[in-house]
Design a protein around this ligand. Structure first.
Ligand SMILES: [Fe+2]
Ligand SMILES: [Fe+2]
Length: 287
């Protein structure tokens, strides 16, 4: 159970029936990053019950880089749940990376699930291909079909994972964006390489509570699926840019047990962001 701590100027108290989730992505650890995030990880472990890492854990997907990060993650006192990102595939050593992180207790999700105190987590890397009417279709050359197939496969993996979760809340972690809204801010020309609408379908079908992703370093921090599911882009660069006065992670509360509270609530700093009566945003989204 987390102890009383400060997060962005607010006192956090441990409460029954609440799971606190810290989310962060795209930390891009290199061979020389030893200890770089250790103070932040300690802060997270004090404030949250679970840490989600949304891929691009390493810069070049090198096992050496993964071992540097694994050493820092081994010190984190709360459960860590992670997916790999495209950078983690760069050296074609992704299985080795997953093993290195798994060896220090990280729950690596690749179409897998993990449950914690009534909250179920499903994770995939995801893939790209574009959004809405601009999404690439499986037509023409074999290589185009293979490209589209990859996104379809990832969506199917997610769907199968969500079907296995029987928890009250279902939280999804992925690297690529499932909606366009959270990549806005990036150059329009690269939108199709930042995510895929095909990843959105399973979210709505299984009434997911919230989605966390990264990859779009210049994207927007928050958006919603067509059915109103909150989507958070927690790429490290996005958090640094949008919330320069907060620690570089986002913190959320999920009400469990008999609570009728809506899904996921971001914890924000009342003083800093001018909130008057409550730190909570009904429905899960706040600025
Ligand atoms: Fe990245
Ligand atoms: Fe990425």
């Amino acid at each position: 159970m987390a102890q009383n701590v400060q997060y962005a100027g607010r006192m956090i108290k441990p409460t029954n029936g609440v799971v606190r989730i810290a989310a962060l992505s795209d930390i891009h650890y290199s061979k020389t990053s030893a200890g770089a995030m250790a103070p932040l990880f300690s802060e997270i472990a004090e404030a949250a019950d679970v840490l989600l890492l949304g891929g691009d854990l390493t810069d070049y997907g090198a096992p050496e880089e993964a071992r540097v990060l694994a050493k820092d993650l081994a010190q984190v006192k709360i459960p860590v749940v992670a997916v790999l990102g495209n950078h983690d595939f760069e050296s074609d050593q992704q299985d080795e990376l997953a093993r290195i992180f798994g060896d220090v207790g990280v729950h690596m999700l690749d179409g897998d699930t993990w449950e914690f105190r009534g909250v179920g987590f499903a994770g995939i890397r995801g893939f790209c291909g574009g959004f809405g009417r601009g999404a690439l279709g499986p037509w023409g050359e074999k290589i185009i079909k293979a490209f589209v197939h990859e996104a379809v496969e990832e969506a199917l993996k997610l769907e199968a994972a969500l079907a296995r979760l029987e928890s009250q809340h279902r939280i999804v972690l992925m690297h690529y964006a499932p909606i366009r809204e959270t990549v806005e801010g990036e150059p329009l020309e690269i939108f199709p390489f930042l995510g895929s609408s095909r990843l959105e379908d399973p979210l709505s079908r299984f009434q997911v509570t919230a989605v966390f992703h990264g990859h779009a370093h210049k994207g927007a921090p928050e958006g919603k699926t067509q059915t109103g599911i909150p989507v958070f882009n927690v790429a490290h660069a996005v958090l640094k840019h949008n919330y320069p006065d907060r620690p570089a992670f986002r913190l959320f509360e999920v009400q469990t047990g008999d609570s009728t509270e809506p899904g996921v609530t971001p914890i924000v700093d009342r003083r800093q962001y001018g909130r008057r009566s409550s730190d909570r945003a009904e429905g899960g989204i706040s600025s």
